[in-house]
Design a protein around this ligand. Sequence first.
Ligand code: BES
Ligand code: MN
Ligand code: ZN
Length: 495
Amino acid sequence: MKFDYSESYVVTEAPIIIGLPSDFHQMDNFEEVDTLLNGLTASIVEEEVLKTELGVITTTGVTIQTDYRKVIAVGLGDTARLGQTDIQEAFGRLFQYLKDTNTKDGQLLLDTFPYDPGKLAEALGLMSVISIYEFESYKTDRKPLFAGEAKLMITSRRDVKETIIRANKLGESIALARNFSETPPNIMTPEYMADKVVAIFKEQKYVSGQVKDHESLEEEGYGLLAAVGKASKAKPRLVTIEYRHPDAGSFKPIALVGKGVTYDTGGYSIKSKTGMPEMKYDMSGAANVIGMMNAITEMELPVHVVGVIALAENMIDGNGMRPDDVYTSYSGQTVEVKNTDAEGRLVLGDAVFHASQYSPSLIMDFATLTGAVVAALGTERTGVFTNKKPEFLTPFFEMSRETGEEMWQLPITEIEEENVRSSSVADLTNHVEKPGRASFAACFIKQFANGTPWVHFDIAGTGTVSQRTPYGPKGATGVLIHTVVKYLETGDVHE
Ligand code: BES
Ligand code: MN
Ligand code: ZN
């Protein structure tokens, strides 16, 4: 969506878009708006022609001079109680209304929204991209995307342009991650994904990177990642992208690690015919790390970050990994594979240990790791685990309240520590036949953090949605890109 900016109302043919609080006198420019509405604001609201309930979109018409104009109102409810997620969702509904009605033109009177102008502009810039996101499908009759054709005039006395442009970058980074996730798995192979990442980041400032192919992974001892990926024709890759802003160059990096299983059949512990479809999304952790790195580099955040994405396709062939196999991890610990469908933790074991070699102050990993986290927390909360005290997670919970990306902590205790060590032939096992599987999986990965402060996000439930929300369509969400970028942007992350 393209934006133009003006300081006051410009007479055009475009529909007029306003925010409508239940007490409309709260609008900063009520007089102006009321004049535009021919002094009828009060009765329009009283007769419920336009509604003020939060997030509700209603329309009417007014005559301006001698012309008839459409007015689109975004209900804001009681503005004393408005939070950032409310504003985001209200904008999401607005943009989806524009898309659904194919309204490609509009003039948004931003000062009608009684809310912190900076935060308002952030929500606007973000939601204008992600709420109407659409994957460029392979349909032979597909039309040009709405977002590419729509334009909006932003009318405000405040200078909001820079903030909107910046928030657009975050939105585009989420869209980028979604594009990766949505691309079918016969195309989005480890090699293809690695090549794309190289192409994206080689143009960026302060970035260096490295790709390891299957041969180097085996030679250098990444035994777990190599084992998971070896049965596929599309061999595994490990991609590292380091972004080192000059203002943060002397600080230890923060590592972002993503599970990139480009397809998860389960391997010899094969998934059922209903469990397998949608497993193209099993690389969403990696896709979201790519989105985070894209936002960080595009916004030129003053941080030092290492992104690690571990790419493999979990398939079956004569050389495939079997239950009972033992492999030596990059960390040197040996692992007995008891279930080849518990592949994410294997891939991440090597990737997290690889990340620890950069001496980071913190490792975060993102993975569609377990069905169990969905059973525990549902599809609207990410499961969070750490090897530090619970207080360590406070900043993440704070950020997530602002972004709307909810999360809930789950435990790792002695119980799991014992279970991951219960193999009779190796140091660790990737699976035991016991409940509590999200915690077990997290505890397995913890063995590879090498003592580095570590936070694990199990996004199996939140990486996709089954129906449209104000944040976007059914499918990949790009979850936690917003929260992590906010964390890196606002926190004293390097102290
Ligand atoms: N990729 C799956 C987890 C998953 C399940 C993601 C459903 C999204 C939706 C993971 O690799 C997996 O297969 N996990 C198994 C582990 C089990 C075999 C120990 C699971 O959770 O069932
Ligand atoms: Mn699996
Ligand atoms: Zn998986």
